[in-house]
Design a protein around this ligand. Structure first.
Ligand SMILES: Nc1ncnc2c1ncn2[C@@H]1O[C@H](COP(=O)(O)OP(=O)(O)OP(=O)(O)O)[C@@H](O)[C@H]1O
Length: 882
């Protein structure tokens, strides 16, 4: 156990997968944790300090699945391999221990295998640094080591949370000091807890040699970065190097992200707009799910990162729109490109695996296929006249794909490829003369075995004699038990050497068979050696072109995204938005990209609505629309659709509208409903106020603000006053473009005093006492709330509805002109009592219990668990509210 303790001591915080023969074994506490997490048997083996040692194991062939499960549950694993053949160790003495060492640390941010990764999502590892010199500067570095993409950005404390929400890393490295400071300043959100890995140092001086080693000097100069950025990047590179134990991850020269190039969208806005996932954490129902028509996994990853970071530079946005527009107009070209793109595999991830010595023959083939696809696509595009700038650049990158390498790979690799190079069988016949010779020898010996079997049959006069092979005995002669005795006697016993007696048969070997065995093994070994050397040569040839191939992978992903956005735009009647640097926001006939699809599947049509929040510097900024209307009338949908249209336009996509003119939005804020923040002990109202404060403090004239029912979480007059003051501040101080939905009808009088405030309402019609939602936005303010009608639709028991109507009638009739609560109280005192007891209400569905039934605590990661808790609380709150 001494070796185990030594290795365990240098890898604290990791479950140690300790290789013993065909198993990875876990001991002590690790065994208890893993057996509980994986549902495998916990056994005992020997004792330590008088106590039995707990042990559990996973077989090598299934280790990946178990590893995957552990990582998903938030554990970190150190893989410890045998570094020599046990036979070698025996040579040093019968008691000597096989050499072992940790070859890799597996953590959520350092995954490279396909089985562990979602093909259509990036998997970022991020490192945060903090430098103090009077001010506190922060920097964030992040990389996806499965593709090599690397980024770094200098940030202020206030920008940190937004940037983290955009990147959404699987793991965040930071020091304890940084964590403590951020916690103290309330800048450490609960979402970071499950992904944080505390590291000892993040230091710009320590970083320098690491950075020089990781990136080629001609491609990247670390001194060009700030101290904070160097420190963050150094910590990242150091952690990646440590986790890969000497193998060099193919990190690309870091892209320095200047803040201010992308639309700032904070975590609450991302969540409320359901950009990449719904508030319940699902992909279905999100904006990304609705518009992702990419045909490759790298395309899907790029689409997600573009959606997460719409641009601010109108020129860059229009260049993207030009490219999309070209493919919208040319249906045939778009269809052809999309068909060819389907043949392009995930090159970036294959390259990363090859560089980390985890790649196999299929990864090599992947490089060849990607090159071939790129050349086909370049040819298609090359024939087109008047390509816009972005498509021209893509075509040039695709056309530069190394054709020779693809030809070589296609010639060398067989059609049907094994996953691993280990056992050979992947080089195409006729590629290498020597390999063909060794293989022929192998198959010839099979013929020799057949001939030998025939001869031995004749010599022994036994028709049932067979030559067989198994892993234990190698080649052997097998005869039925009844004939075995004959071979044990003269003259046969000279030739046949007894090896085994089973119930039905006896097994023998002969000198000739042993020699033959040697020859076959030799031929197989020689063939395997040749195949492995071919693999190494091809791998080096591919890796020598890493930079060019990574650029090729980028170009393929970008073409996929461009064609996919064109497909969405063309098939769903989206229009090209006019994007410029004005303060316009005029959406004619706008639709919600996700709700529209949902409504359509239900066989209904979506009602398009206009929104015009345009303004100008001269007028004091953009306009603010106050949206009133009943619950279920479509307010939230209208609000969100305009925010989503801004995102789509600025990521370079057409938008669901008849026409759209958008002056670039620098920050987008959306608060549609708020939830409690249990981790910080803040109530719904407190969260709402903190978020409103963030908007009022951070929104600029260029921002787009979408607010739904601010102030609803408190007493009516308090809520109304806060909402009133917020509208005034947005109009007078910020001057941003804003949509403000409210149930406080009193607010609508602001339109009389504030020049850029307009009232709109969601239209409804009453028909035979029922309310019909038209989902149409029209000028004016709602005259009433239709709350009781909506309550009836929601299934409130009839007696309660009837009683509510009575109360409302009395209140409406008698309270005209009465403002004080004392008067209202006397009105209520006069209400007639129920003439009869209300019918017992149907037992209400207990939604919280139902949701609890669907939860499987043992299958959840800590992160999923905290999300589930939030979800439960939300259901409970919703249920109380309704
Ligand atoms: N423009 C539209 N066309 C067709 N259906 C719509 C439209 N807008 C909304 N709907 C439908 O109405 C439902 C309710 O809309 P929404 O949630 O926006 O209402 P709301 O006024 O915000 O209600 P609440 O105040 O209760 O949140 C949507 O789920 C959708 O099915």
């Amino acid at each position: 156990m001494a070796q185990y303790f030594e290795i365990k001591a240098v890898n604290p915080g990791y479950l140690l997968f300790y290789r013993m023969g065909d198993f990875y074994e876990l001991f002590f506490e690790d065994a208890e944790v893993a057996s509980a997490a994986l549902g495998i048997v916990l056994t005992k083996r020997g004792t330590h300090l008088g106590q039995p040692i707990g042990m559990c194991g996973v077989p090598i062939h299934a280790a990946n699945d178990y590893l995957n499960k552990l990582i998903k549950l938030g554990h970190r694993v150190a893989i410890c391999e045998q570094m020599e053949d046990p036979a070698e160790a025996k040579k040093r003495g019968s008691k000597s221990v096989v050499k072992r060492d940790v070859v890799r640390l597996v953590t959520p941010g350092t995954l490279t295998e396909d089985d562990h990764l979602d093909a259509r999502s990036s998997n970022y590892l991020a490192a945060l640094s903090m430098v103090r010199h009077g001010e506190t500067d922060f920097a964030l570095a992040w990389a996806d080591i499965s593709t090599g993409e690397t980024f770094v950005a200098d940030l202020t404390a206030a920008e940190l949370a937004d940037e983290m929400a955009r990147i959404d890393p699987a793991e965040l490295l930071l020091t304890d000091a940084t964590r403590a400071l951020l916690t103290e300043r309330h800048l450490y959100p609960p979402a970071w807890l499950p992904i944080a890995t505390i590291i000892e140092t993040v230091d710009s001086e320590v970083a320098m040699p690491l950075l020089r080693q990781a990136f080629a000097a001609d491609l990247f100069d670390p001194t060009s970065l700030s101290r904070a950025s160097r420190a963050a990047l150094g910590a990242l590179v150091g952690y990646v190097g440590e986790s890969q134990k000497g193998r060099r991850a193919p990190l690309r020269p870091p892209v320095t992200e200047a803040t201010g190039t992308t639309m700032a969208i904070d975590a609450a806005t991302r969540s409320s707009l359901e950009i990449l996932q719904t508030q319940r954490g699902q992909s279905k129902g999100s904006l990304r799910h609705a518009i992702d028509l990419t045909v490759t996994a790298p395309g899907a990853r790029l689409l997600a990162s573009r959606l997460a970071a719409p641009l601010r530079d109108s020129k860059a946005i229009n260049r993207r729109l030009d490219a999309v527009s070209r493919l919208v107009d040319d249906t045939l070209l778009r269809a052809r490109l999309r068909t060819d793109l389907k043949a392009a595999p995930d090159l970036a991830r294959a390259l990363s695996r090859l560089a980390l010595e985890r790649g196999g023959p299929r990864d090599l083939a992947c490089a060849g296929e990607a090159i071939a696809a790129a050349l086909d696509l370049a040819e298609q595009l090359g024939r087109q006249p008047d390509l816009p700038e972005n498509l021209q650049k893509l075509t040039a990158t695709l056309a530069a794909a190394p054709r020779d390498l693809a030809t070589e790979l296609a010639a060398a690799l067989d059609d049907d490829l094994p996953l691993l190079s280990r056992d050979g069988g992947f080089v195409r016949p006729a590629y290498d003369g020597r390999l063909d010779e060794e293989r022929a020898l192998g198959s010839e010996t099979r013929a020799v075995v057949a001939a030998l079997q025939a001869r031995l049959m004749d010599e022994t006069d036994m028709r049932s004699l067979k030559i067989k092979h198994n892993g234990v005995l190698g080649f052997f002669v097998e005869v039925p038990a009844a004939h075995g005795a004959k071979l044990l006697e003269a003259p046969f016993r000279e030739t046949f050497i007894h090896r085994q007696t089973l119930a039905n048969c006896m097994r023998f070997t002969t000198t000739e068979l042993a020699e033959l065995e040697g020859r076959i093994a030799q031929a197989h070994g020689a063939a395997l050696d040749i195949e492995l050397s071919i693999f190494t040569r091809l791998r080096e040839a591919v890796l020598a072109q890493t930079l060019g191939l990574q650029a090729l992978a980028d170009a393929l992903a970008e073409l996929d995204v461009t064609a996919a956005l064109a497909e969405v735009s063309a098939t769903r009647a989206y229009c090209r938005p006019q994007v410029d640097d004005s303060l316009a926001f005029a959406i004619m006939g706008g639709r919600h990209p996700v709700v529209e699809l949902m409504v359509k599947t239900e066989g209904q049509s979506f009602v398009a609505n206009h929104a015009d929040l345009s303004g100008s510097e001269g007028e004091g900024g953009g306009s603010l629309w106050l949206v009133t209307g009943p619950n279920m009338g479509g307010k939230s949908t209208f609000l969100r659709q305009n925010a989503l249209i801004a995102i789509l336009a600025q990521m370079g996509c057409y938008v669901p509208a008849e026409s759209a003119h958008i002056g670039v939005v620098d920050r987008l804020f959306s608060r549609v409903g708020a939830s409690d923040d249990i981790a910080h002990g803040r109530s719904t109202f407190m969260v709402e106020m903190v978020e409103t404060a963030a908007i009022l403090n951070r929104a600029t004239r260029r921002s787009l603000v979408v607010l739904d029912e601010i102030g609803r979480g408190t007493a009516t007059f308090d809520g109304l006053s806060i909402a009133w003051a917020a509208v005034e501040a947005l109009h007078e101080t910020t001057g941003c473009r804003a949509l403000f939905a409210t149930h406080f009808h009193e607010l609508t009088s602001l339109a009389k005093t504030l020049s850029r405030v307009s009232n709109v309402t969601m239209k409804v019609r009453e028909w035979e006492g029922e309310v019909v939602f038209l989902h149409e936005v029209g000028p004016g303010a709602a005259d009433r709330s239709y709350g009781i009608q909506v309550a009836r639709l929601a299934g409130l028991p009839d007696p309660v509805i009837a009683r509510a109507k009575q109360v409302l009638d009395v209140l409406e009739q008698r309270s005209v002109g009465t403002a004080s609560s004392k008067d209202k109280a006397s009105v209520l005192d006069d209400l007639p009592l129920f003439a009869h007891r209300p019918a017992p209400a149907e037992k209400a569905k207990d939604v919280v219990h139902e949701a609890l039934d669907t939860i499987r605590p043992d299958e959840m990661t800590p992160r999923e668990a905290i999300e589930a808790l939030y979800h439960l609380k939300k259901i409970r709150d919703d249920a109380r509210r309704n």
